[in-house]
Write a protein that binds this ligand. Structure first.
Ligand SMILES: Nc1ncnc2c1ncn2[C@@H]1O[C@H](COP(=O)(O)OP(=O)(O)OP(=O)(O)O)[C@@H](O)[C@H]1O
Ligand SMILES: [Mg+2]
Length: 310
């Protein structure tokens, strides 16, 4: 079942102001499946936050429609089963962490013992139990983010929507948050997150989508998106003859040498072997060969810069 289903969402801010109109989302369609961690990536201003706001009916789409937990967006019963961590959230800073959680807990219908238990549990979950009596104003950025995360989980949501959940959190804290998100998924919950931290997204997301200037340009699992090209790193002794590099330029072999590593972009293993034969024919000594998997970050930079050129 699709937990999030978006169908041709377009959002234009200030549509009537000729010079100020901004198309933040352009005909965006995507599905997030039950029980997955889904990452929405994209450069600053790509429309990631706007997409979340459309789903939660904080802004209205200019065109298109969407469903959340099987109901049209705006459905109150469905929204009650969603947890949301906004980007740059600000809670009243005269409240303590526990008071903020109690406030949001009450908003979601909890009261009495159940409320107290949930607050205690969520504080523990984000490792903020020792800070529950401290006012928000004294929190560091990372602590703010942890309390925000606890807030997003206060109603035991089925779908958790997180806008940059690890923003400002130190490496250890980020690892804890990643582990927490994986645990939520293992409990059957669906996690939708926006992030810039591609190495992190790569570690935990089941599927990712890349948004650029409001348009969806890639969607798939991390391996699907990162193994499009076969690139091999060949350790060589000495310099690859210029004649061979010229020969390759005329073919589909993309070769670049940096020190004693020759990087070969080839179509398949047969092409790799043919390239190796040519190297050996030129008397180049080979010391190692390894296949280099493209990281999500390599792929991201690659597609975004190609889009910019186009
Ligand atoms: N209320 C608004 N009025 C006018 N333009 C807006 C509004 N909100 C967002 N925009 C514009 O819409 C575009 C998308 O913004 P959005 O915040 O969704 O990007 P984002 O992908 O979340 O970026 P970031 O990575 O910086 O958080 C930007 O050009 C932004 O300036
Ligand atoms: Mg944003």
């Amino acid at each position: 079942m699709s937990i999030i289903h978006a169908d041709g969402i377009t959002k234009v801010f200030n549509p009537r102001k000729k010079n100020a109109a901004v198309t933040a989302l352009s005909n965006l369609s995507l599905d997030v499946r039950e029980g997955e961690i889904f990452g929405l990536l994209g450069p600053n201003g790509a429309g990631k936050t706007t997409f979340i706001k459309v789903l939660l009916e904080i802004v209205f789409p200019t065109a298109g429609s969407a469903e959340l937990l099987g109901a049209p967006i705006g459905n109150a019963a469905a929204k009650a089963r969603v947890g949301y961590l906004p980007e740059n959230h600000r809670y009243p800073d005269f409240l303590t962490g526990a008071q903020v959680l109690r406030y949001f807990g009450r908003l979601s219908g909890l009261a009495g013992n159940a409320l107290e238990q949930r607050v205690t549990d969520r504080l523990k979950l984000v490792d903020m139990a020792d800070w529950h009596k401290t006012k928000i104003r004294k929190y560091s950025k990372g602590m703010m983010q942890r309390i925000g995360l606890a807030q997003a989980l206060i109603n035991d949501p089925q779908l958790v929507v997180l806008d940059e959940p690890t923003d400002g959190v130190d490496p250890l804290g980020r690892k804890e948050i990643r582990d927490l998100l994986v645990r939520l998924r293992d409990e059957g919950k669906t996690v939708f997150l926006n992030s810039h931290l591609l190495s992190e997204v790569e570690m935990i997301c089941d599927r990712v989508a890349i948004l650029n200037k409001g348009k969806l340009i890639r969607i798939g699992t991390v391996p699907e998106l990162t193994t499009q090209d076969d690139v091999y790193h060949v350790g060589v002794e000495g310099t690859v003859p210029a004649a061979l590099l010229t020969e390759w330029e005329a073919t589909r072999v993309r070769a670049t040498q940096e020190g004693d590593v020759l990087s070969l972009g080839v179509e398949d293993a047969a092409a790799l072997n043919a390239a190796i034969d040519r190297l050996r024919a030129h008397g180049v000594l080979i010391t190692s060969i390894s296949r280099k998997r493209q990281s999500l970050e390599d792929m991201f930079i690659d597609v975004i810069s190609r889009e910019a050129e186009a």
